[in-house]
Design a protein around this ligand. Structure first.
Ligand code: NAP
Length: 231
């Protein structure tokens, strides 16, 4: 398995849920961390704990519904790190359930596409050239297994757009030392997943780290975190 100690990571949505679990795993692996949420306060305590363990940690705030902030986040991460080695696009939003499945409005699609598709794709496009130049990079784009639920169509369609980006970009990454894959965390008890979800948030590990730690050049693959559960 890959040794990622000292690698620079940009992790979005680091403050809660899946992102918080992944931040802990990346810290355990000895990475330098750039943790994004909407407010630096949200990751402050976590960052302090990691720093106390000798890690380099930066907490950045960015509202991903604002495309100019997405670009600034990417540029700030590049300036701090000198080059991002691992991009973990985890942050996302989900619109409320539509009991009437024909009523998703255009604003919900636009908001979902901005945060769930355009923001992660923008960060990928900012990081990929440097990764390819340095012949190393790992990108994980967090998707969803949501299926046959038109009541959540804005969310589902925005994740499908992200999937399409990964699938069509993947063949161009062969032999570059850079991999880009999709991670489906499974239905988890988080703020987004809700209390009815069957799986505890901790069950996203160790699976969430699999596409980060792969040594070979697998790209364009769908990883399901629940496939790697230890219990
Ligand atoms: N939970 C599930 O059952 C499930 C299932 C399938 C896929 N997923 C995917 O897993 C990923 C993580 O989900 P989760 O359940 O951990 O979500 P969550 O608990 O709601 O956490 C969302 C994270 O994203 C950040 N975020 C939310 N809206 C943002 C915005 N507009 N701009 C910037 N940052 C924003 C939040 O930061 P703040 O602290 O600033 O709010 C927080 O760190 C998502 O991509 C989701 O689609 C989750």
């Amino acid at each position: 398995m890959l040794d990622i100690a000292g690698k620079w990571v940009l992790l979005t949505g680091a403050s809660r849920g899946v992102g918080r679990q992944v931040a802990g795993a990346l810290a355990d692996a000895g990475c330098n961390l750039i943790l994004q949420s909407r407010n630096r306060e949200h990751t402050a305590e976590q960052a302090e704990l990691f720093r106390a363990r000798g890690l380099t940690v930066h907490a950045l705030a960015a509202e991903l519904s604002d495309q100019s902030r997405v670009v600034e986040l990417g540029q700030e991460a590049l300036r701090i790190s000198g080059g991002i080695d691992i991009l973990f696009n985890n942050a996302a939003i989900q619109m409320p359930w539509h009991e009437n499945m024909f009523t998703t409005d255009s604003d919900e699609f636009l908001a979902s596409y901005q945060v769930n598709s355009i923001a992660p794709i923008t960060l990928c496009n900012l990081m990929l050239p440097g990764m390819i130049e340095r012949r190393f990079g790992r990108i994980v784009n967090v998707t969803s297994g949501v299926k046959d639920m038109p009541q959540l169509m804005a969310y589902a369609a925005s994740k499908a757009a992200l999937d399409k980006y990964v699938y069509d970009m993947a063949p161009h990454l062969g032999g570059t030392g850079v991999t880009m894959n999709l991670l489906d965390p499974g239905w988890l008890r988080t703020d987004l997943g809700g209390n009815e979800a069957p799986n505890p948030v901790e069950s996203v590990l160790p699976g969430a780290m699999v596409p980060v730690l792969l040594e070979d050049g697998v790209s364009g693959k769908w990883f399901s975190a629940q496939d790697y559960r230890r219990d």
